[in-house]
Design a protein around this ligand. Structure first.
Ligand SMILES: [Zn+2]
Length: 275
């Protein structure tokens, strides 16, 4: 069995705030160790179920967060930015996918560091269904026939994942009290919750319960941005149409193309307006 992992940082055990999430911030180095800790627990669960081939894609910010020199010998790691698949780079050909350290979509109440790919994105819809990173990435992976079997993070992302992908197992390691605070499981308890959820997820996969999330083609993409300025810039993307002050829309022949459309809008929109 070939497992593929996408690892983000906001949903990692022990993380609640921005100061833990960016390389120039005070608490960032400790967060890399927390990230490795969760990953090692995922690996333990996979090994306990006989999974031998594991690839992990670093999917947070500049995608250079995992400490390469401390990874176990039997894992392949994908590091670095501008990957064509971004957060889902390398998932094609895997038997199943695990989304580790994920967070809820932008606009979720009481969800640690809720957002969708960037600070400019307010809401994303695929064929009318509101999605965050879990949904966008599950749809990309799903087009390659790969099911998402596990999501780890706070309670909000767990609920978001189960509403969209009813077969998915979740490891809830924290409960948000606000966007930047929460009640956390201890390191030990979080670790055993993660290991157990991985084992349950592989069991469910082997029992035939997991399915790739395939968004029917053509894929209609709707993106709401935070300001009208951002929409003005997003319209430099060919074929993108304005729906209203905050929203752009276009229909694409496949999810892969819709993702490129989404990413283009996001890049064009980046940067806050001056006033
Ligand atoms: Zn992230």
């Amino acid at each position: 069995m070939k497992a593929w992992i996408s690892i983000d940082m906001e949903g990692i055990s022990g993380i609640v705030d921005r100061e833990q999430l960016l390389p120039q911030e005070r608490l960032y180095q400790a967060s890399r160790a927390f990230m490795l800790g969760d990953l090692l627990k995922v690996m333990e669960g996979l090994r306990n179920r006989g999974v031998q081939t594991v690839t992990v894609n670093d999917a947070h910010d500049g995608m250079l967060n995992l400490p390469w020199d401390q990874l176990p010998p039997d894992i392949r790691v994908i590091l670095g930015a501008n990957k064509p698949g971004s957060m889902v780079q390398g998932a094609r050909g895997a038997d199943f996918a695990l989304l580790v350290g994920y967070h809820a979509m932008a606009g979720t109440t009481a969800a640690i560091m809720d957002h969708t790919y960037s600070g400019e994105i307010r809401r994303v819809r695929l064929n009318g269904v509101a999605v965050g990173e879990t949904g966008i990435n599950a749809a990309m992976i799903g087009e390659w026939g790969v099911p998402v079997i596990l999501v780890t993070g706070d309670r909000a992302v767990g609920e978001e994942a189960q509403a969209l992908l009813p077969w998915v197992k979740t490891a809830v390691v924290k409960d948000a009290a606000s966007r930047r605070s929460g009640v956390l499981l201890s390191r030990e308890e979080a670790g055993s919750v993660i290991r157990q959820a991985v084992e349950d997820a592989v069991d469910a996969f082997l029992a035939g319960q997991a399915r790739p999330w395939q968004v029917p083609s053509p894929v209609s993409l709707e993106v709401e941005l935070m300001t009208t300025d951002m929409v003005d810039r997003a319209l430099y993307c060919p074929y993108m149409e304005r729906v209203d002050g905050f929203t752009v829309r276009q229909t694409f022949p496949s999810m892969a193309e819709a993702f490129r459309g989404f990413y283009t809008v996001m890049v064009l929109a980046s940067g806050r307006p001056l006033y």
